[in-house]
Design a protein around this ligand. Structure first.
Ligand code: MG
Length: 341
């Protein structure tokens, strides 16, 4: 690619746009469907009994590059993980980009190559995309939207509404790594040496858990709002209470230290490579072992259980502290850290 930076003409629909598509996007993603060069990717229909899972997410993270990944890795993982929570085999991704005039072409290439590597790791194809360029000063370098499609096998039905009193709550690894990494990179804080983003595609981890524990009720990724928001959502969806134990929650000590220093509640910090799973108690051990068998689940733990709600006080999430007391875990109100993903 001869152009050193993104120019308005790269979003023009003309010769320059064809050049950036051929030399940057299609060259990086290398999928058959893109190479066909049509306006729509044509994909096989699901087989009888299968259903589709479909999700989309937009990524505006700043900085664009951070320890553990970049905006491209986030853009693939965020959507892959959301589609995978339906128990779907994730198949196809779209990648739309809003680029700011002047964005360095070498950075764009690096982001696109990361998209390809992460898509390969997840086993998904980038099949369609879009490019827009906005005037200098009217964007912040790069924004990415991805959408993903997956196939749900016949008979599989996962939903947050299915959690029942007595069920176990599992977490696939340490909390807070992504949020604290972004914050400390942005502020140039010295403890950042020991932490990196957890951004990871978890579709293979989910598939392993479903094989070992077929009656899983649901998966959900504790992204913005952290696990506090995830568990409050599940409690209200299923009309239950969720109880987690402080001692059981895996946390990297460097991340915990940073949270304490900065006054963040670790339960409200964003994660990009973690999965919450609720399953019947008698399958919890099998689900845990399946998580730990995946490279992204080595620190997985059973962190709590589901309880019946008391009708007089609504659905609550409780944290059992090391002293045996219970405190209510609230959903994050507003924005803890803007542009985290
Ligand atoms: Mg999600």
């Amino acid at each position: 690619m001869n152009d050193q930076t993104v120019l308005l003409g790269h979003g023009s629909g003309g010769v320059m746009m064809k050049r950036i598509i051929d030399q940057v996007f299609a060259a990086s993603y290398g999928s058959e469907e893109l190479a066909q060069g049509n306006d729509a990717a044509v994909l096989p229909a699901p087989e009888p009994g299968q259903r589709l899972a479909f999700s989309t997410d937009t990524f505006v993270v700043t900085p664009h590059f951070f320890p553990g990944g970049n905006i491209g890795r986030l853009a693939v993982c965020g959507t892959v993980n959301d589609v995978a929570t339906a128990g779907a085999q994730v198949k196809y991704l779209s990648v739309g980009m809003v680029l700011e005039e002047g964005f360095p072409m070498d950075q764009l290439l690096e982001i696109c190559q990361t998209i390809k590597e992460t898509a390969d790791e997840a086993g998904v194809h980038v099949v369609t995309g879009d490019t827009k360029v906005v005037n200098r000063g009217h964007g912040d370098g790069i924004y990415i939207n991805t959408a993903g499609v997956g196939l749900i096998p016949q008979g599989r039905n996962l939903s947050g509404s299915l959690c029942q009193p007595g069920d176990a709550i599992l977490l696939s690894g340490t909390l807070g790594d992504h949020g604290i990494t972004i914050m400390s990179t942005r502020e140039n804080l010295s403890f950042s040496a020991n932490i990196k983003s957890d951004a990871a595609p978890l579709n293979h981890l989910i598939a392993g858990v479903l094989e070992a524990a077929p009656d899983v009720r649901c998966f959900r990724d504790p992204t913005r709002g952290g696990i506090a928001s995830t568990l409050n959502e599940l409690a209200s969806q299923s009309n239950t209470d969720m109880v987690i134990s402080e001692d059981a929650i895996p946390v990297n000590p460097a991340v915990m230290g940073a949270c304490e220093m900065l006054g963040y509640d670790i339960l409200q910090v964003a994660n990009e490579g973690k999965m919450v799973c609720v399953c019947p108690q008698n399958q919890a051990q099998a689900a845990l072992e399946a998580m730990r068998a995946n490279p992204y689940g080595l620190d997985a733990a059973i962190i709590g259980h589901v309880e019946a709600s008391r009708p007089d006080r609504g659905n609550k999430v409780f944290l059992e502290t090391a002293f045996g007391t219970r405190r209510i875990v609230d959903m994050l109100v507003g924005e803890q850290l803007p542009r985290i993903c």
